[in-house]
Design a protein around this ligand. Structure first.
Ligand SMILES: [Zn+2]
Ligand SMILES: [Zn+2]
Length: 140
């Protein structure tokens, strides 16, 4: 059974659909994610292009970090962040977008499995997940 996740922004104008399993679900502590999402820890899923239907760019705002290959997209109407594209190219959807569509809970199948770039952290996390000091766990 392939799970389908119907996601949308706050105002409902922009929708996206993810299907099946993400390639990755993780916490990222890298400085680029910190700057792109304005958070201390980015909590993200990464999807293959085949498993996600992204909205048309005409509906979106685009926050492109000029000096890094990092882009954030969200609803041009309400301003909610919906996804990003990072250096390796896969679309990335924050856990919060799934929580919002699922009564505040992250679907169990999307539970994060690791911390990436833990060596760059600004906050310590005391959990039992694998911690990659850089991107070596995913071959970055
Ligand atoms: Zn919106
Ligand atoms: Zn990152």
């Amino acid at each position: 059974m392939s799970q389908t996740y119907a996601l949308s922004c706050d105002c409902g104008k922009v929708t996206l659909t993810a299907r099946g399993e993400p390639e990755l679900s993780l916490y990222c502590h890298c400085p680029s994610c910190r700057d792109l999402y304005s958070v201390d820890i980015a909590s993200l899923t990464a999807w293959s292009d085949d498993n996600i239907e992204l909205p048309d760019e005409s509906q979106l705002f685009v926050h492109k970090m000029a000096d890094r290959e990092m882009t954030r997209y969200g609803c041009a109407e309400c301003g909610m962040t919906l996804f990003g594209r990072h250096k390796p190219g896969m679309p990335v959807v924050p856990h919060g977008v799934f929580r919002k569509a699922n009564g505040g809970h992250l679907p169990e199948a999307l539970a994060p499995t690791m911390h990436l770039f833990y060596g760059d952290r600004v906050i310590d996390v005391d959990d039992s997940l694998q911690k990659s000091q850089g991107g070596e766990l995913v071959g970055l």
